[in-house]
Design a protein around this ligand. Structure first.
Ligand SMILES: Cc1cc2nc3c(=O)[nH]c(=O)nc-3n(C[C@H](O)[C@H](O)[C@H](O)COP(=O)(O)OP(=O)(O)OC[C@H]3O[C@@H](n4cnc5c(N)ncnc54)[C@H](O)[C@@H]3O)c2cc1C
Length: 279
């Protein structure tokens, strides 16, 4: 049997507002550190809304939990001076990887005021400011970004981000392995060979998953939706079915050449571990 430690993985967290939430995050990170992940990553609220919490969480995971940790950094709503300061801070703290995004301003935060409009411009900026210091990850959308004019335009954008200097990509989550294989195939045909790591969302709560998936453009196939709906509030059945469906998809992705798996942990260890145990 393959142990999960033989499958390259990374785990994503979001910085919490409360001390209790933060303690849970750190406890989950200690458990997931046993999987010897390539890295952890920590999200960033566009416009700097989580700036200090993101920095503190990144430094704690990197220095105390001792897993190399990548901050997410988004350009919408942040000035070049803000971004430069963050890059300097991370560089001085020994951080070597960054997830570079455009971001979405939370509703109510007003109009985007950043000097950089798209993620490819942020990648260029990071390269100009810091050379090759950081490994730069960018986002990829096998089902197309929800605001993209169409699939081809979004693919062109992805190629622009690669050419701007990205080293690797993490996808938006999806529930259909074929869209990943199709996307990778199209990227390769466009002459871009950077690793494209599937982003994996464990299924634990149907209501929030459904709301979030609508917003970010991840399609939940009808057969999965219908099955999850039939469980109502039975969270144990939702988790058991979700683990089975996502494990099967991960196995297909790995068998089909996915270089590693990036888990959207939502700050919980168990759902990702249950999937890894099945692989
Ligand atoms: C792995 C991952 C991690 C994420 N982490 C965070 C996070 O920490 N914080 C956060 O706020 N959000 C995060 N997001 C969400 C992300 O910020 C949103 O999906 C955002 O809407 C797009 O960001 P991007 O970097 O993909 O943008 P971009 O690559 O800039 O693309 C955004 C849209 O603009 C279009 N576009 C790009 N260039 C042009 C152009 N020149 N002209 C016209 N259209 C163009 C693209 O096709 C796309 O529709 C994450 C997403 C992923 C997949």
């Amino acid at each position: 049997m393959t142990t999960s430690k033989e499958i390259p993985v990374s785990f994503e967290f979001f910085p919490t507002k409360t001390e209790a939430g933060h303690e849970k995050l750190i406890a989950a990170a200690h458990v997931l550190a046993d999987q010897q992940p390539e890295f952890f990553s920590v999200t960033y609220g566009a416009g700097g809304s989580t700036r200090d919490r993101t920095i503190n969480t990144v430094l704690q995971l990197d220095q105390q939990v001792k897993v190399p940790t990548a901050p997410h950094l988004s350009c919408v709503g942040d000035s070049k001076a803000d971004l430069r300061q963050l890059l300097t801070e991370y560089r001085e703290a020994g951080i070597r990887r960054i997830v570079a995004l455009r971001g979405d301003l939370p509703s109510g935060m007003g109009r985007a005021s950043g000097e950089l409009r798209y993620a490819n411009e942020l990648v260029e900026f990071i390269r100009e400011e810091t050379g090759d210091h950081f490994i730069i990850e960018v986002a990829a959308y096998p089902e197309a970004h929800p605001q993209a004019r169409n699939f081809e335009a979004d693919l062109e954008n992805f190629v622009r981000k690669a050419k701007a200097g990205a080293d690797s990509a993490i996808t938006q989550y999806f529930f259909n392995a074929d869209c990943y294989f199709h996307f990778v195939d199209r990227v390769r045909k466009a002459g871009v060979d950077l690793p494209i790591v599937p982003g994996i969302m464990p299924i634990t709560n149907y209501t929030s998953l459904s709301r979030f998936s609508d917003a970010c453009g991840a399609e939940i196939p009808r057969w999965i939706r219908k099955q999850l709906e039939s469980y109502g509030d039975d969270s144990a059945s939702i988790a058991a079915f979700g683990t089975e469906v996502i494990s099967d998809m991960c196995q297909r992705l790995l068998d089909g050449g996915a270089p590693s798996l990036h888990f959207y942990t939502l700050n919980q260890a168990q759902p990702s571990l249950a999937i890894l145990d099945n692989l």
